[in-house]
Design a protein around this ligand. Structure first.
Ligand SMILES: Cc1cc2nc3c(=O)[nH]c(=O)nc-3n(C[C@H](O)[C@H](O)[C@H](O)COP(=O)(O)O)c2cc1C
Ligand code: SF4
Length: 413
């Protein structure tokens, strides 16, 4: 029996994603209609009851975010859909843009109504620029049918959606850097406070949500919280759209109920490792996510269970690395990514990433100095505590878990 489910991805391959009529024929925009018949408090209560955590990586509760955004004073607010999807191995948001663009438009409108926004901005990563015409077409059709624009569905709700792409920097997925990028500036994070919920895009109160989070919003308002809560476990209800890649037979995007074990996901859903090779490690949540050893494969894929063993869901990526690659080689590849993507604004991240890369080079070449391991650990901890933004704070997540789970690689055992 299939272990995958279909709630957030329920419309994939069910309609022509370029046709709003086909979307409406399969029940599209029911969620928005339901939302507009409720108060924003009622919508927020549905989001809270569902216990949905934001899918952008930080796992911030959706109901709380919408409630805070709604309560910020201001009659001109903004919703941003974060489709930057820059985490390596993460491609589940792309699948939503490709297969069900109207669900996202609907989710953005529901979010706009709930928080009291007049404008939504869809920020699509540069590498997905080819999806801009598809999204613009969906927005145009939604306007023609009265699901966007003025007096939506005969109410006094006015809401429009604008599409933007950046220049292709990972850090632009961070909310304030993303806003700088839309404003036409260099995509670097802003100092906080002020927080973007109070002073974001063009100094307006701004609510940033991930693609999948907004797509869940559509499901919640279409089917009710109960349906979402019927999946997963008591502690971690619902479903998750994951992208799995690396050394697996069937890489791809899958929707799963929370609570399956990593082993079930890797072997039963993604078809196991080619050639039945052994797994060296897996990484959850993209390059900024944590790595784990094969001994943790029976951990349930759920927020608390993963947290207990030092893992995270993060972006929803699952990367499997087989015995052909060593832990140190893997860490070096991650390190190259962060050296390239550090925006250079703060010293811990700009210099720390480079120094760690040098030490990893020496470890791989067997030419390390006596002090290298202690320096490595000190730098990694310092970066996670002193960096200016989440990029530097999480760049060493894999390294710190490697020291915990593979101490022999560093001569620590
Ligand atoms: C360096 C960095 C990159 C990020 N990239 C993304 C991204 O590509 N997509 C995304 O949704 N969130 C990304 N985030 C998280 C966002 O800042 C933000 O928390 C998220 O979009 C909020 O949406 P959510 O509440 O629906 O999870 C990134 C954060 C950091 C620090
Ligand atoms: S942590 Fe890195 S990406 Fe973030 S501001 Fe500092 S240098 Fe830039």
């Amino acid at each position: 029996m299939s272990k995958t489910v279909s709630l957030i991805t329920e419309n994939y391959n069910k309609y022509n994603p370029d046709s709003i009529d086909e979307y409406i024929n399969i029940g599209g925009f029911t969620g928005l209609k339901n939302a507009l018949n409720m108060s924003s408090d009622e919508v927020i209560n549905i989001a809270k009851a569902s216990k949905v955590m934001g899918r952008g990586g930080a796992a911030y509760p959706l109901g709380r975010k919408w409630e805070q955004a709604r309560s910020v004073p201001g009659d001109n607010k903004v919703v941003i859909c974060n489709a930057d999807e820059g985490e390596p191995c993460t491609f589940k948001d792309r699948s939503m843009l490709e297969n069900d663009p109207f669900r996202l438009i609907e989710g953005m409108a529901i979010a706009g109504y709930t928080v009291g926004a007049q404008n939504g901005y869809l920020y699509i990563r540069e590498e997905y620029r080819h999806l801009q015409p598809k999204m613009k077409n969906a927005i145009k059709q939604a306007k023609e049918k009265g699901y966007l624009g003025n007096n939506i569905l005969g109410t006094d709700f006015n809401y429009d959606i604008h599409v933007y792409s950046g220049a292709g920097a990972y850090v632009c997925g961070e909310g304030s850097a993303l806003i700088e990028s839309i404003e036409g500036k260099s995509g670097r994070p802003r100092i906080k406070p002020p927080f973007i919920k109070q002073c974001g895009l063009n100094q307006l109160p701004t609510c940033v949500n991930n693609v999948e989070t907004l797509a869940i919003g559509t499901a919640l308002l279409t089917h009710g919280a109960e349906k979402y809560l019927s999946y997963g476990t008591a502690e971690c209800p619902g479903t998750k759209v994951i992208s799995i890649a690396g050394n697996v037979n069937k890489p791809g995007v899958y929707e799963i109920p929370f609570g399956l074990t990593l082993r079930e996901i890797i072997y039963d859903i993604a078809g196991g490792v080619p050639g039945n090779k052994k797994i060296t490690l897996f990484q959850l949540g993209g390059a900024s996510g944590k790595i784990g050893p094969p001994s943790l494969l029976d951990t349930p894929y759920a927020y608390d269970d993963l947290h207990k063993v030092g893992l995270v869901i993060g972006s929803g990526a699952i990367l499997v690395i087989d015995e052909n690659m060593s832990v140190l080689e893997f860490l070096k590849s991650i390190q190259e990514f962060f050296c390239h993507e550090s925006c250079g604004k703060c010293t811990p991240c700009r210099e720390g990433n480079k120094q760690i890369a040098h030490i990893l080079d020496r470890l791989l070449a067997g030419t390390q100095k006596d002090t290298d391991i202690s320096t490595l650990i000190r730098l990694a901890k310092l970066m996670s505590q002193a960096s200016f933004c989440g990029l530097g704070e999480t760049a060493q997540s894999a390294l710190l878990n490697a020291i915990r789970y593979f101490p022999e690689e560093f001569g620590l055992q």
